[in-house]
Design a protein around this ligand. Structure first.
Ligand code: ASP
Length: 325
């Protein structure tokens, strides 16, 4: 009898472990903005190439045991350097033909966070956001104050505002202004291109970051959701890490990034359901996309716009890049 029982227990244990998915040691997800895919094959290929480069970089760092904060910053640096995304080089132009950049980063270990809003000469806003987190008692520094803060750090590279400009974004501004003159109501840019990243490292720590030039033809001085912790970015090891893209005002009004975490914590929702319900809310419109990772390494990438450039990988072999679908 005893032998029979033991055999039965062993069989049960084996079949239970066979059903359990392999545990995820690290995970990484990136977005390159909600909205339509680029209209040319070259534009699509360029975005795919950069996303692959960013994924590979993040993968190498995670595999070698680097902390998620370093991974998020390193991945976003690559995207800020690429003119194919609306962050750093290639950022959109505001209504007066200038660039004002926003970024934030958050540490899931203790909810510490740093952000910059409306910076004009900082080549890598994500790195300045990280310094706000580590070197000040504040969370968000904006415009002249943020520029002055940047002056303290020789490692923070500075560029003239025109460095960020591209012909593509000059054309986008012209088109947006023509449309708005005809329509007299502001347009929501159809191709956005903000960038964001969430990582779970081998220590089980989550981090998230977002960087953007904002919305084409935005009013001078407008700050979006990307540098607003709890709106565009959030991370907490107990629940998830989140980075958002879309119409920033929707994300600020609805505290979207935090809401993903709150739904998991207070309602017991899965990550997938929390994000789905926010993007499909019957009353509170949120136009855009959300990427997130939960503490177990589950990844979600959802959007309600025409598309969203995105990429993801994890330690079990997942590796995906989507630009045109
Ligand atoms: N959320 C960004 C903003 O409103 C734009 C974007 O995601 O493309 O500034």
């Amino acid at each position: 009898m005893r032998i029979l029982l033991t055999t039965l227990l062993i069989v049960c244990a084996i079949s239970a472990s066979a059903q359990e998915p392999p545990s995820i040691k690290y995970a990484l997800v990136i977005h390159g903005g909600a909205g339509k895919a680029p209209s040319t094959p070259e534009g699509i290929a360029a975005r795919e190439r950069i996303l692959k480069q960013a994924l590979d970089k993040g993968h190498a760092l995670l595999k070698s045991g680097k902390p998620s904060l370093d991974v998020v910053e390193a991945v976003i640096l690559i995207l800020e350097d690429s003119e194919h995304f609306n962050a750093g080089k290639g950022a959109v132009l505001n209504a007066v033909g200038k660039h004002e950049l926003d970024a934030s980063i958050m540490d899931g270990r203790n909810r510490s966070a740093g952000a910059v809003g409306g910076v004009r000469t900082v080549k890598h806003p994500i790195s300045l956001a990280r310094l706000v987190m580590t070197d000040t008692r504040h969370v968000l520094l904006a415009t002249d104050g943020a520029e002055k803060f940047a002056d303290r750090y020789p490692q923070i590279e500075r560029v003239p505002n025109e460095y960020f400009s591209t012909n593509r974004q000059r054309n986008n501004l012209e088109r947006a202004q023509e449309r708005e003159q005809k329509d007299s109501k502001p347009t929501d840019s159809s191709q956005m291109g903000t960038v964001g990243c969430v990582a779970l490292d081998t220590q089980g720590n989550l981090a998230a970051g977002t960087s953007t030039g904002g919305l084409t033809n935005k009013q001078y001085g407008r700050i979006g959701d990307s540098p607003i912790v709890c709106a565009g970015t959030f991370a907490d090891n107990e629940t998830c890490g989140v980075s958002c893209t879309g119409v920033g005002e929707d994300y600020i009004r609805n505290a979207v990034a935090y809401d993903v975490s709150a739904r998991m914590q207070y309602k017991g929702d899965s990550l997938e359901k929390a994000v789905h319900d926010i993007l499909n809310h019957p009353r509170h419109q949120v136009r855009g996309g959300i990427i997130a990772i939960d503490r177990r390494g589950n990844i979600t990438m959802q959007f309600n716009t025409a598309g969203m450039s995105r990429a993801a990988l994890d330690s079990t072999g997942k590796f995906e890049i989507h630009v045109k679908d």
